[in-house]
Design a protein around this ligand. Structure first.
Ligand code: CP
Length: 310
């Protein structure tokens, strides 16, 4: 949470979010997860009755966007969903004008994804005091609800996050998921190792984040409790950052064979480049908890909406 001049609650990132708030959000997401898994109809929840949330997605999304929409519906709220195509953004309308136009239609919260670092914070500074802002991913900065759903998944499997060993593998440099996960897991004393080629590593990662960094996989899959594999973000790479995808895959790609004998659970935020960072058998194999992460998405976003409005 980054504070604005008003006491309003926003979720702009994990870095400055107190651990007790994260504990609360994970506990509430467990509660909503149990309800969503139940065979009984989900009890009517009117927490967002009479409220409208705008989901502003300036970048593509499947998991985050639809799970926010479902979370808003399940809490009894209304939502409007916005993408740059088909709106006046494609005619050159600025971000601030777009936000002001939507605000004039009486909104209570904005969920925003954007390719630029800091856009949710910028919106939070310019919207009316009663409009909550939630970051759904900004550039290579943060993706707080993804880190929360990853943490909820890991906590459910292992019982605790305290002092676990975690490897984050692949395109760290472009990854907001990596950053939010590092900030979150460090609040629980986790031992984090980043693995990837120099060209895909965040600059000065060891010093900035206080983590271990290694260029080669070595024996890491047998040394950790959790592996977070990252999508190679081909769309963000201004120039080729590794010679060929085949070379990246041979060095850092996880296959069922490579994971054999490991006790680690495998996470990936999705979407997966199958055959690049993971092969099909790794995605759907015994180590994978990737679909459990997706299942967690709605529950975590219900918990976040409940918290900002509480
Ligand atoms: N993990 C994630 O943010 O996926 P989407 O891009 O599909 O929302």
């Amino acid at each position: 949470m980054q504070q604005t001049s008003s006491p309003r609650k926003d979720l702009l990132g994990i870095e400055h979010l107190p651990r007790e708030v994260i504990d609360h959000l994970l506990d509430r997401s467990d509660h909503y997860y149990e309800l969503l898994l139940s065979e009984h109809p989900i009890p009517q929840n009117d927490l967002l009755a009479g409220r409208t949330v705008a989901n502003l997605f300036f970048e593509n999304s499947t998991r985050t966007r639809f799970s926010f929409e479902l979370a808003e519906q399940r809490l009894g709220g209304q939502h409007i969903s916005f993408t740059s195509q088909g709106t006046s953004v494609s005619k050159g309308e600025s971000l601030l004008d777009t936000v002001k136009v939507l605000e004039a239609m009486k909104l209570d919260a904005i969920v925003v994804r954007h390719s630029s670092y800091g856009v949710p914070g910028f919106i939070a500074k310019h919207v009316a005091d009663h409009v909550h802002v939630i970051n759904a991913g900004d550039g290579a900065h943060e993706h707080p609800t993804q880190a929360l759903l990853d943490a909820a998944t890991m906590r459910m499997i292992m019982g605790t996050l305290e002092k676990k060993r975690v490897a984050i593998i692949g395109d760290i440099r472009h990854s907001r998921v990596a950053r939010s996960n590092i900030w979150l897991l460090q609040k629980y004393g986790c031992d984090i190792t980043l693995i990837g080629p120099d060209t895909l590593m965040a600059r000065h990662a060891a010093e900035v984040f206080g983590v271990k960094v290694q260029r080669e996989m070595g024996n890491i899959v047998h040394e950790v409790d959790m592996i977070i594999a990252l999508r190679v973000q081909l769309e963000r790479q201004a120039s080729a950052l590794f010679p060929t995808l085949e070379e990246f895959t041979s060095m850092y790609g996880l296959t069922a064979a490579r994971l054999a004998g490991s006790k680690a659970h495998l996470l990936h935020p999705g979407p997966v480049n199958i055959g690049v960072e993971l092969d099909f058998d790794a995605v759907y194999g015994e180590h994978s908890v990737i679909l459990r992460q997706v299942k967690r998405g709605v529950a975590v976003r219900m918990a976040v909406l409940e918290w900002v409005f509480s």
